[in-house]
Design a protein around this ligand. Structure first.
Ligand code: HEC
Length: 137
């Protein structure tokens, strides 16, 4: 069977969108997040639940020390996040890690994180998720 060049293009574009290679600016700005009102308990629920086609964070990330084989363990991420990218605060690093996971790749891991979380998250949800991650020290 012969596949049209336009079909290859569509396949390549959808793979790019589904993996972490997005370069378009996020719909939710970091400045839209109100960490003063964030609720880590709601963030923990969001971490463990899938939302329509968006997989649960816990599908790829454990909170114990062991890697799932796909994503790294997020145990200790609160203490590590602020040191990952020079000039980025922990909140800022986590914001980019969730919305544009391909932008900074953790050594030893591939660009496999789902990259469309912002489509199903409100700014308050994102702030809750980040607040939860910041409890993992
Ligand atoms: C399909 C698997 C998958 C899902 C689902 C997933 N991740 Fe990831 N995540 C990864 C992989 C693989 C990496 C490492 C590669 C990279 O840096 O992007 C990663 C990296 C991260 C990092 C950076 C870790 C570090 O130590 O610096 C954070 C933070 C993170 N993910 C949070 C989340 C959150 C929060 C969710 C849910 C909203 C989520 N991930 C859903 C696979 C996944």
């Amino acid at each position: 069977m012969r596949i049209l060049p336009s079909a290859w293009l569509a396949i390549a574009l959808s793979l790019l969108l589904l993996s972490g290679c997005r370069a378009d600016p996020p719909r939710i700005a970091l400045a839209d997040l109100d960490f003063g009102l964030a609720d880590a308990g709601s963030g923990e629920k969001l971490f463990n639940q899938s939302n329509n086609e968006a997989p649960a964070c816990s599908a790829c990330h454990s909170l114990a020390g062991e890697s799932s084989g796909i994503g790294n363990s997020l145990a200790g991420i609160a203490a590590l996040a602020g040191g990952r990218v020079p000039g980025q605060s922990a909140e800022e690093y986590l914001y980019w890690s969730i919305l544009r996971p391909g932008q900074y790749l953790l050594a030893g891991y591939s660009n496999l994180m789902y990259s469309r979380y912002e489509e199903g998250l409100e700014p308050a949800d994102l702030a809750d998720l980040i607040a939860f991650l910041l409890t993992l020290d």
